[in-house]
Design a protein around this ligand. Sequence first.
Ligand code: ADP
Ligand code: MG
Length: 244
Amino acid sequence: MTTYALETRSVIKTYQSESGTIQAVDDVSLQVAAGEFVALVGPSGSGKTTMLSMLAALLQPTSGQILLDGQDLAGMNDVDRVAMRREKIGFTFQANNLVPYLTAVENVELMLRLNNRLDKAGSLRARELLARLGLGERLHNLPGQMSGGQQQRVAIARALIHNPSLVLADEPTASLDTERAYQVVETFAGLIHEQQRAGIMVTHDLRMCEYVDRVLQMQDGKLVRIYTGREEIRQLIQGDKKQD
Ligand code: ADP
Ligand code: MG
């Protein structure tokens, strides 16, 4: 029935606080196809992290559906949801969360190990993916022996190695200089397209939208606008530059 890797239907998330109820995500319906890379943008407090956490199956919506390969994460029990997260979802966070005492290749292999899928072929794929990301000479380095950009690329390899349907990145370039940031996002976009993953990147740096297929803009918990096609996305990036 569904042809989307990811689809949300009327997703709402409310938080209770001392000052009352906060509608952090307010009726968001969206679709992302396999092989499509989208950016999620919006001002601070607009609900991006809350949205991403629900897509990552880390947080349950108050209501609505989150369909990953047609299966509703919101309607699942905890055991099934954790299994979906481990097998079908890859993440990279702003702080890259690499294990400090494991080498680059061991950090990537860890995702396969957790799924009981670390075999010779998997190990070879981990090495190939790291080489593809320009880290062929760094396979046996610990995170502390690598630059921020190199660490972020290891984190990207780790997010992709188990062939997830959905790849989520929260501010993956926040710790990088502009040139490195462009390189990382361009490579990430290339892999998402080539391997047919559904990719979502939260970013506050609109220049990074250069490499995405669509931009979803949030405000006050709502999805307020979708930019589609190179021309519309370029105008969004240009408009942002003029404000600087
Ligand atoms: P963004 O990532 O776009 O900055 P968030 O998803 O972090 O937005 O936050 C959206 C809204 O929800 C904000 O008003 C924020 O203060 C509120 N919020 C986020 N997390 C919580 C929480 N755990 N408890 C209460 N309110 C929260
Ligand atoms: Mg946030």
